[in-house]
Design a binder for this molecule. Sequence first.
Ligand SMILES: C[S@@+](CC[C@H](N)C(=O)[O-])C[C@H]1O[C@@H](n2cnc3c(N)ncnc32)[C@H](O)[C@@H]1O
Length: 203
Amino acid sequence: MATEPLDWNAKYDCRGLLYGHQPNSFLAEHAASLIPRQATILSLGEGEGRNAVWLGRHGWKVCAVDVSAHALAKLHRLAAEAGVDIETRRADVSAFDAGCATYGAVIILHMHLPPEARRQAHRRAINALAPGGVLLLEALRPEQLEQPSSGPTAVECLYTADELAEDFAPLQIKYLGTEDRDIRAGQHQGITSVVSLIGRKPG
Ligand SMILES: C[S@@+](CC[C@H](N)C(=O)[O-])C[C@H]1O[C@@H](n2cnc3c(N)ncnc32)[C@H](O)[C@@H]1O
């Protein structure tokens, strides 16, 4: 059965930031050691800007892509408050042409798509990476359905390590692991079942 697309504009139609101001902790932990400062970073499913603005404040250039106009409006406000400039594109990442070998890094944080859209988005992400570029992804896995913290309810939109290993087989996989972590990000609070991947494009 096809998965109903979520109405992200409706979800973002709230006061304040749905996922808070602090960057994703996997990104904050690894960005400095993995991504050269001169790299331009493509953020797919960036949302309200917590990650892009944090990266911008630390000196990286960022292109943020999201399907939700409300999310990008919030991102622009957050970026203006922080005094950083973030390029934005409103697009569906499964059909978005990010160019070829353009970005020093691609980040995909908690963006959950049904299988065919997921595979297409991941193929495009690999294509967008320059040789030597780094891909950093964190997502919820099916075990999240047992957790009280929020997340998609359609199991096909949750990612397994095996699916990610297959999607990102063209990359050198530097890290692929699962854990249950306490995540406190705006309205998302509590123990969370995640799968995380770090890959590098050969060359
Ligand atoms: C759970 S939020 C995560 C936002 C952000 N990455 C973060 O960590 O705060 C998922 C985001 O993916 C975006 N999204 C979902 N499907 C998308 C698609 N097909 N193309 C582009 N963005 C999409 C949503 O609009 C939403 O902003």
